[in-house]
Write a protein of this length. Structure first.
Length: 324
């Protein structure tokens, strides 16, 4: 499996991946984007910022790079960087299909992305991804699977995914919503000719949203690679402006930034393989990479566990975040 190459990266920073959701398009739902990105979010400006982050990540020892068809021009920016950095041949490249970006490079669009998990969407988006990333594609995931997604039951789609796996691409899925655990467990049961279809699972998990934890532990025990997204909860755990007081107290105790504490709390989970940084600045990325070396005490972890919300409340709050 191509994604398994990530295990060959021995540097501790290889447990951090770089996700390009925040820089591949002008609008996203992270707090602080008005401060993090250039005022003029042109294609060229975000291409330059993406390349700066990719350079910084690779320099830190990060080896997993995560894009998606719906992240604006993230695949294009990543492909440009890969061509310019032939020395980065050990970088592991992932992307996702299942959402189409429709905002036309606007932050004020009424709709930013449209979800479609049917075979026709897969065929179209895989062709688009291959046109940009070609043989560098290591992991292809279904974007934001929920329990009712046809991707969990469509046998024609499963056959397509198995055929891509036979080409050497690892197949995975990401999950979202309050029923992530149900989607993960359903995915573990999907097979093709006796073999698991999904070899990786990428889910939202952080100190506010822990609902998928038990299912992710089961996925890890079943031999799946676990990737964590939104470890800083779209910026809610990143700064004193938004972070819970208890998180800020622990940050003061450790001498680390709040976002580093939030990432470290996820890294302490024994089933968490790769934790994505959704950084929009080099400073944020450095803080997230630094979390690999941050050791939290049992008392601190217990206090952080007390911050968890219900999954329903967490996802309701997330759905209300504006695209900026």
């Amino acid at each position: 499996m191509a994604f398994a190459r990530l295990a060959e990266a021995a540097a501790p920073a290889a447990r951090i991946g770089l996700g390009l959701a925040a820089v591949g398009r002008p609008g996203y739902i992270n707090h602080g984007r008005d401060r993090d990105l250039p005022a003029e979010r042109t294609v060229d400006a975000l291409r330059e910022r993406t390349h700066q982050l990719l350079d910084a990540a690779y320099g830190h020892g990060v080896r997993y790079l995560d894009a998606a068809r719906s992240y604006g021009r993230s695949e294009e920016f990543l492909a440009d960087w890969l061509r310019a950095r032939p020395d980065a041949e050990d970088a592991v490249i992932g992307s996702k299909w299942g959402y189409t970006y429709v905002a036309d490079w606007r932050t004020d669009a009424e709709v930013h992305e449209v979800k479609d998990h049917r075979v026709a969407a897969y065929d179209r988006q895989l062709a688009e991804t291959k046109a940009l990333l070609g043989p560098r594609l290591d992991l292809y995931q279904i974007h934001s699977v929920t329990p009712e997604s046809p991707a969990l039951t469509d046998r024609a789609l499963h056959g397509r995914l198995a055929a891509l796996a036979a080409e050497g691409v690892t197949i995975g899925l990401s999950t979202s919503g309050p029923a992530q655990a149900d989607a993960i467990r359903a995915a573990l049961d999907v097979t093709w000719e006796g073999e698991p279809v999904f070899r990786t699972v990428q889910s939202t998990y952080n100190v506010l949203e822990t609902g998928a934890g038990a299912a992710l532990a089961e996925a890890h025990a079943a031999g799946r690679s676990v990737i964590i997204k939104e470890a800083v909860a779209n910026g809610r755990l990143a700064t004193a402006e938004h972070a819970p007081p208890e998180l800020l107290r622990i940050a003061e105790e450790t001498g680390a930034a709040p976002d580093a504490v939030a990432v470290a709390a996820v890294l302490h989970q024994p089933w968490a393989g790769t934790v994505l940084s959704g950084a929009a600045t080099a400073e944020q990325l450095a803080s997230h990479v630094g979390a690999v070396r941050l050791r939290l005490t049992e008392d601190q972890l217990t206090r952080l566990a007390g911050l968890a919300e219900t999954s329903a409340a967490y996802w309701r709050h997330r759905s209300e975040l504006p695209w900026t």
